[in-house]
Ligand binder design. Sequence first.
Ligand code: SAH
Length: 620
Amino acid sequence: MSQSLLEQFFPICAIAPTPKAIRTLQPLCETSGITLFVPSEFQTYRGVVPYTEKLSTHLNHIWSDYQAILFVFATGAVVRLIAPLLNDKCRDPAILVMDDAGENIISLCGGHQGGGEQLSRLLAQQLGGEAILTGASASLQLPGIDVMGKPFGWRQGRGDWTEVSRAIAHQTPVRVIQEVGSTLWQQHLPQDYCFQFHPRDTQAQAEVWITASEHHWDDKIARVQWHPRVLWVGVGCERGTPKTVIEQALQTTLQQYQLAESAIAGIATIELKADEAGILELAQNRNFPLKIYSAEELNQVTVPNPSTVVAQEVGTGSVAEAAALKAAQASSIERKQEIPQLLVSKQVFKADSGAVTLAVARSETEYIGRTGQLYLVGTGPGQVNQITPIARTAINQADAVIGYSLYLDLIQSLQRPGQIIESYAITQEKERAERAIALANWGLKVAVVSSGDAGIYGMAGLVFEQLARQHWDGKTPGVEVLPGITAMQAAAAKVGAPLMHDFCAISLSDLLTPWEIIEKRLTAAAQGDFITALYNPRSRSRMEHIKVAQTIFCRYQSPDTPVALVRSVSREDETIILTSLQEMLQHPIDMLTVVIIGNSSTREHQGWLITPRGYLGFNR
Ligand code: SAH
């Protein structure tokens, strides 16, 4: 299993006490990098880590080393084992329990914050089992309120998380006040959600604030605050100003303007200060990205308080305000011209050991702080059971799923609460690819789904082409292609073994390929005696193409050559017709059909197509 799919849960370990449990987990652990602990008597199994002490002692030792622990024990035994160790739901590992066949995986503890629910889903998909989730938000088809901001890099602020979660679980009205950050999460809520988005809705029992401010309340209503990282702090300072002075200036500014430190995206300054120790230390200590701009770049930014003195010294009339605004502007995802807001204009702080100027700008788009990921997923011909386990996992794990509406409907059962689902019309391939890349560049994990295989007349190529056009470095965002069963394979499997010898696939769509080239390839395939699968055989605007294709094949192949017309394979309205080259046009062929034309040795036997490979001797 791909590491990147489980990355957010690592390190993970599993504890398997019996040979059966070991056999169930061993392949998964080996491919995914999960540590598999086993009692020492089973140390000869491949890839396991034996423990010699009592299990409770062993558990005590490893408790804080793992973010998630999967037990293959009776639930009661696990409850007893972990009870003395449970301490803090924000820091304890997620605890999962499964039966030794991997049929049921219970998310026991650390459901939301520890990611236990999500991890249970992923592992269940890998093992072909079921995730047992008892959290209230899972049954409400909502993401937990304490995890909903995570994909967007939001930070949890002050608040009564337990009480607000309870209000949501009881489906009492909860008011949402969103001041900043992406509203994408609002677009995919279940129909009967309990959130209220209008301030005039008065009966709310609890409130969720999504804000860059640090609110302090003293009335009784339960509230929580999420802080999207939208604040960019522009910093200028005298040479040698210590970190503590800059830090103090920042604290004072945040307090004065009631801004939340957790809402800080990063800091920005001028090239001249790229080696300023105090600024570098602050960025490093707080894990803030540091953006550096040249005097020339900063000079182009319009600011409220330019200074001629500064302009003479460093070549730009503003450092702090201009750098803050520039950084805020640069974080826009859609390359649209968002105008950032200067929340705090230039503040000057003088200390004995230096001087600092600070300004704070707010970006429209929050900083996620993660490298995004594109999963180019093939979902197979139709039924969900024809999707590979890893492709299912990628779909389920993604923050956003993008695809053609019909295919998204087919994989609805794999979607999970809180996911962003964006469906597009069949013709909008470019828009789909652009959107997916924009979201991944921003920092989201995005699954782009294609039916069949994503790399066979699917979205994979287009996404790569567009990435390359944007001078992609091959790594950021990460890309993974997850193959699927293409229509040709699914159709072939339904009719027997027609692809047993050299074959090719040709699309009859001339929307993107000149018809002369298609004709040339058809001729070559027929001449070369390839078994040929025709994709996109006919549409309303291309009624004649299939006739031309048939004529070309008739020129080189016997009129009796077996042909399979397979329509909507693996979907509800699947139809299969076995015919011959000369008679194929007497049957309906449309855009949902794949046509398989045999080679000179393909033959039909009792309703099955067989292309001999030659094991039983050449029979030509
Ligand atoms: N990426 C897809 C192909 C997309 S092109 C894949 O790998 O299968 C669309 C063409 O694929 C259709 O015109 C049809 O010829 C074929 N096709 C896709 N799904 C099909 C299905 N379930 N049954 C038969 N043909 C199918």
